[in-house]
Ligand binder design. Structure first.
Ligand code: CA
Ligand code: CA
Length: 276
């Protein structure tokens, strides 16, 4: 379970670490050529795929849309010679349908994925995605390892000039891998299920397939104290923009690809309040 996972009372529809652990079939990893092909195919296939949520068929689809709330609960933590500016992230599912990925094993700690997009009136389409799942260790305190979406989000710090203009990136967060899950229902609505559909990310290292997603109106939130939820700001002075970007590599198909960034201004050295 992730940090708030135990709050949930929803029916688990996704396998968890409690599932029966079964060994990976060795054939998957003993044939280098097969592995190379498996690694090469998804990107080749995905490169040819247009975003179905922007084409003519979009009106028949319940396309997902991810957004990310501005960084909150920002605080500085001194650690050795480092100053870690920690912030809470909130990836929000705000489209007509859920963001859902289906992973299939293609390496010892990775899976390739398809994105499932539901259709109005029932059924779904399956689209090859360039998103990868990595079996990601987040420390024992936060439960060990999970199958997470690689490069689902990133955090960056940009210099802000005296004219308020946001400049280039000066620092980034090491964190890139996130679950997609239903942690909190942050916006109730007609299309938002009242209970969790995607309660948590799988923890079974031997799993061959996983499904993960975030339902409409739900959020996946990581508190500022979470593993790698920081940017090292040691030595920096002045006004900066703390930016969070969801799907920075544009791997996931969404109805709106232009609302994936949020930011908050911070003055460094940090004195406990955002703003410049
Ligand atoms: Ca979006
Ligand atoms: Ca996207």
């Amino acid at each position: 379970m992730e940090v708030f996972g135990k709050v949930g009372d929803g029916e688990a529809t996704i396998a968890t670490g409690l599932d029966k652990v079964r060994p990976v079939r060795a054939r998957s990893f003993l044939a280098p050529l097969a592995l190379l092909l498996a690694l090469a195919l998804p990107s080749a296939a995905a490169a040819a795929v247009e975003n179905p949520c922007e084409g003519p068929q979009a009106r028949f689809l319940l396309c997902p849309n991810l957004r990310i709330a501005p960084p909150s609960e920002i605080y500085a933590q001194k650690a050795g010679g480092h100053v870690l500016l920690r912030a809470t992230s909130d990836v929000q599912s705000r489209g007509l349908g859920p963001m859902e990925l289906r992973g299939r094993r293609d390496g010892p700690r990775s899976m390739r994925t398809n994105q499932r997009i539901y259709k109005k009136g029932g059924g779904h389409i399956t689209v090859p995605s360039e998103a990868k799942l990595h079996f990601t260790y987040v420390g024992t305190y936060f439960g060990g390892s999970y199958w997470k979406v690689h490069e689902l989000a990133n955090f960056e710090l940009r210099q802000v000039g005296p004219d308020g203009k946001v400049g280039s990136v000066v620092r980034t967060s090491p964190k890139l891998n996130y679950c997609l899950r239903d942690l909190y229902r942050t916006r109730a609505g007609r299309r938002s299920p009242p209970g969790r559909v995607y309660p948590g990310c799988n923890q079974n290292p031997f799993q061959d397939r996983v499904a993960l997603g975030t339902s409409v109106g739900w959020s996946d939130i990581y508190p500022a104290a979470y593993h790698q939820q920081w940017i090292d700001v040691a030595g920096l002075r002045g006004c900066f923009a703390y930016r969070m970007i969801v799907d920075p590599k544009q791997h996931l198909f969404e109805s709106n690809e232009n609302d994936n960034m949020s930011q908050r201004l911070v003055r460094l050295p940090y004195r406990g309040e955002p703003g410049c």
